[in-house]
Design a protein around this ligand. Structure first.
Ligand code: KIV
Ligand code: ZN
Length: 400
C-alpha cells in the first residue's frame, strides 16, 4: 500500500490496525455500561495495551457519551480517538466537537446498505442512501482528515450496490472503509470474498484502509475477522473479552493471538503488547462486574490449565505438546497443572516438589498418590492444602 494515511502516514503492508470498540459497541452489551471515570481508566489501559484506535463512544447518543468521548480525546495520548455518527448533521457535529481535543481524531460515520435495512429500518431508496453516504463523509471531513465510513449490515448488501456505496464514500473523503457483519450472519469464505471483490472492483480502493467488524451470533466473529484479513482487510474492529451487542464482537485478545501464533499463515503484525492482555481483560471484568467464562480462549482461568494425566505428563516433558503459546506471552505467570481425578503421577510428583516435599521415600509417594486418587474421585479440584494434608497423614502413618 503506497498511500499516506492521515493519522498513520505510511502503513507497512503487513501491519494490522487494531481498532478497539469496547467503549462503544462493547458498551452496547446489556448491563455493561460504564461511567466517565471507568471509561477513562479503560481508555488509558487500552492506550498502554497498544491499540491503534479507540472508538470512545457515540457522542450524539447522550450527554454522558459526548462527555466521555471528549474527556478521552482531551486526556488519552497515543491512539487515534474516534467518535461514531450517523449520516446526519447533528451526529457529525457532535462527533466533530467531541474529538476536537485529540492529537489524532477520527469520525466514524455509518448508514445501512442492505435491502432489508434500507426498506424497513431507514425506509429509503438506495439512491437516497448514496446521497447520504456522500453527505456523511464530506461533512465529516470538515472536522478531520481521518474519516471512517461503515456500511451497516454490509455483509447482507447486494454486491453491485455495495461497490457503488464504497466508491461514493471514497470519492467523498473516507479514508477507512468498514464492512460490518452486523448480525453475525456471514461465513468466513463469504467474508473473504467481499473484501477481495471490493479491492478489485472499486475505483480508489488502493487509497483507503479496509476494515472488518464482526458480530458473534453464530460464534464466527473471530473466524470471519481472520478470513477478512486474507481478503485484504488491514483494520480489525474488536472488543476486550468479545463484549458487544447480543452475542458480542470479535474478541481482541483472540484475533491478536491468532495473528501472532499463526504468523506462519497470516504474516501480519499488530502493535499490541500481548503480556498486558490478561490484565486488560480483568480490568474490564472488574469494572463491569462480568467475569469471562473459565474456558474463554487466552484469558479464561482454564486457558492454560491442564488436568488430565496424559496432558500433564506431556506438558512436564515439553510445554509445546499441549500449549500453542506461552502463558507468559499473554500475562499469566505460569501454566497450571490442576490436580483432579484425571491427573497422573507425573503431575502429583511435580506438585509435591513445588510444595517443598523433596525427600519423601518412593513408598510414601506411592501411598500418598493412592490417597490422592481416592480423594480426587470425590472432589472436583484437589487444592494444595489437600495435598499437604494427605502427605502429612501418610508420613505420620509411616512413622507409627
Ligand atoms: O455492527 C455494526 O454494523 C456497527 C456499525 C455501527 C459499525 O457496529
Ligand atoms: Zn457492531
Amino acid at each position: 500500500m503506497s498511500f499516506q494515511h492521515p493519522s498513520f502516514g505510511h502503513i507497512a503492508d503487513n501491519r494490522i490496525i487494531i481498532f478497539d470498540t469496547t467503549l462503544r459497541d462493547g458498551e452496547q452489551s446489556p448491563g455493561f455500561s460504564m461511567n466517565l471515570g471507568e471509561k477513562l481508566r479503560m481508555a488509558h489501559a487500552l492506550a498502554a495495551l497498544g491499540v491503534d484506535v479507540i472508538e470512545a463512544g457515540f457522542p450524539a447518543a447522550s450527554e454522558g457519551d459526548f462527555e466521555s468521548v471528549k474527556q478521552i480525546a482531551d486526556n488519552v495520548d497515543g491512539p487515534v480517538i474516534c467518535g461514531l455518527a450517523r449520516s446526519a448533521p447533528k451526529d457529525i457535529e457532535a462527533a466533530g466537537k467531541a474529538i476536537k481535543g485529540a492529537r489524532r481524531g477520527r469520525i466514524h460515520n455509518f448508514i445501512s446498505t442492505s435491502p432489508l435495512h434500507m426498506k424497513y429500518k431507514l425506509r429509503m431508496e438506495p439512491e437516497r442512501v448514496l446521497e447520504l453516504i456522500a453527505f456523511g463523509n464530506k461533512e465529516s471531513r470538515r472536522y478531520t482528515d481521518d474519516v471512517e465510513w461503515s456500511a451497516e449490515d454490509g455483509s447482507r448488501t447486494e454486491p453491485d450496490f455495495l461497490c457503488r456505496c464504497v466508491e461514493t464514500a471514497i470519492a467523498n473523503g473516507a479514508t477507512t472503509i468498514n464492512i460490518p457483519d452486523t448480525v453475525g450472519f456471514a461465513t468466513p469464505d463469504e467474508m473473504e470474498r467481499i473484501f477481495t471483490m471490493l479491492k478489485e472492483r472499486v475505483p480508489g480502493a488502493d487509497q483507503v484502509i479496509f476494515s472488518t467488524h464482526n458480530h458473534n451470533d453464530l460464534g464466527l466473529a473471530v473466524g470471519n475477522t481472520l478470513a477478512a484479513v486474507e481478503g485484504g482487510a488491514r483494520q480489525i474492529e474488536c472488543t476486550i473479552n468479545g463484549i458487544g451487542e447480543r452475542a458480542g464482537n470479535a474478541a481482541l485478545e483472540e484475533v491478536v493471538m491468532a495473528l501472532r501464533t499463526r504468523h506462519d499463515r497470516y504474516g501480519m503484525e499488530t502493535g499490541i503488547e500481548t503480556p498486558r492482555l490478561l490484565g486488560m481483560s480483568r480490568l474490564l471484568a472488574t469494572i463491569t462486574g462480568f467475569d469471562v467464562q473459565p474456558n474463554k480462549a487466552i484469558v479464561g482461568r482454564n486457558a492454560f490449565a491442564h488436568e488430565s494425566g496424559i496432558h500433564q505428563d506431556g506438558i512436564l516433558k515439553h510445554a509445546g505438546t499441549y500449549e500453542i503459546m506461552t502463558p507468559e506471552s499473554v500475562g499469566w505467570t505460569s501454566t497450571s497443572l490442576v490436580l483432579g481425578k484425571h491427573s497422573g503421577r507425573a503431575a502429583f510428583r511435580d506438585k509435591l516438589k513445588a510444595l517443598g516435599y523433596e525427600d519423601l521415600t518412593e513408598e510414601t509417594i506411592h501411598a500418598a498418590f493412592q490417597r490422592f486418587k481416592t480423594l480426587a474421585d470425590h472432589k472436583k479440584i484437589v487444592f494444595d492444602d489437600d495435598v499437604r494434608a494427605l502427605v502429612d497423614d501418610e508420613s505420620r502413618d509411616h512413622e507409627r
